[in-house]
Design a protein around this ligand. Structure first.
Ligand SMILES: [Zn+2]
Length: 250
């Protein structure tokens, strides 16, 4: 039974992941997320149902548009796959529980802002505002211990990022600051701090790799959202264990 459910969540994740790509790409451009249907950005041709199968279409078409053969970035396929794997993992980790509802919302938010931030260096307010009430409901139904750790986490996350933004004179985007309010709500205080540290470490590695590979100059800004998202997901599942392991060292 577990396997059936895990497969079910994997497929739901793939399909929603495909939709999240559309949301992440269109919302910042103030375009409708429903009309028009997905189309090739190069030849404008509407995609057929067979071309919309998550991951599979991309692999069968070898990452190219069927007609005009323009290369399609693998990033969208990777996002679909990530969503599917993370949905399946969440079910496997949490079972059918209220916390699973929080986890799936949290993953959805992070996937969408990652797509937006990679494409436009932007975390749209609209997305954050959409998820805010849902995550509050999630944390009311499945509270942290103690429950007010959500409020403290949100305040600390928002406050700390705001402080970094002020001190670094704009080194941190407004979207990142607001995002940390939501992260605090879900993760609580300690895990929010851990997320910030891990995100900074991931961001630094990404920066170094980017500098080596693309030879981009130091001034080229790199979106911080994807590093935050990756860190937040790792800490959501493993933060407590990491903290316990760390404490045992002393
Ligand atoms: Zn095309």
């Amino acid at each position: 039974m577990t396997i059936t459910y895990t497969a079910f969540f994997f497929i739901i994740g793939l399909v929603l992941g495909s939709f999240y790509n559309v949301v992440g790409l269109r919302v910042p451009k103030k375009k409708s997320i429903v009309f028009p249907g997905s189309h090739c950005t190069s030849c404008k041709r509407q995609l057929t149902a067979l071309e919309l199968v998550p991951v599979v279409s991309y692999i069968l078409l070898r990452g190219k548009c069927r007609i005009c053969k323009v290369r399609i970035s693998p990033i969208y396929m990777i996002m679909e796959l990530f969503t599917g794997l993370l949905f399946a993992f969440s079910y496997w980790w949490l079972g059918l529980s209220l916390e699973l509802f929080v986890a799936l919302l949290f993953i959805s938010l992070l996937i969408i802002i990652t797509v937006s931030d990679i494409a436009y260096m932007l975390i749209p307010d609209k997305i954050l505002l959409f998820f805010l009430p849902l995550l509050i409901i999630g944390r009311v139904l499945s509270p942290l211990q103690p429950w007010w750790d959500s409020l403290l986490g949100a305040a600390v996350g928002f406050g700390l990022l705001l402080l970094i933004a002020v001190v670094s004179k704009g080194g941190m985007g407004g979207g990142d600051i607001k995002l940390f309010f939501l992260l605090g709500l879900v993760l609580g205080t300690i895990n929010t701090l851990l997320t910030l540290f891990l995100a900074a470490a991931i961001g630094m590695i990404v920066g170094i790799v980017q500098l080596k590979i693309r030879k981009k100059d130091r001034k080229t800004p790199i979106p911080f959202g994807p590093s935050i998202a990756l860190a937040a997901i790792i800490i959501y599942f493993y933060g407590t264990q990491m903290m316990e392991w760390y404490m045992r060292l002393f």
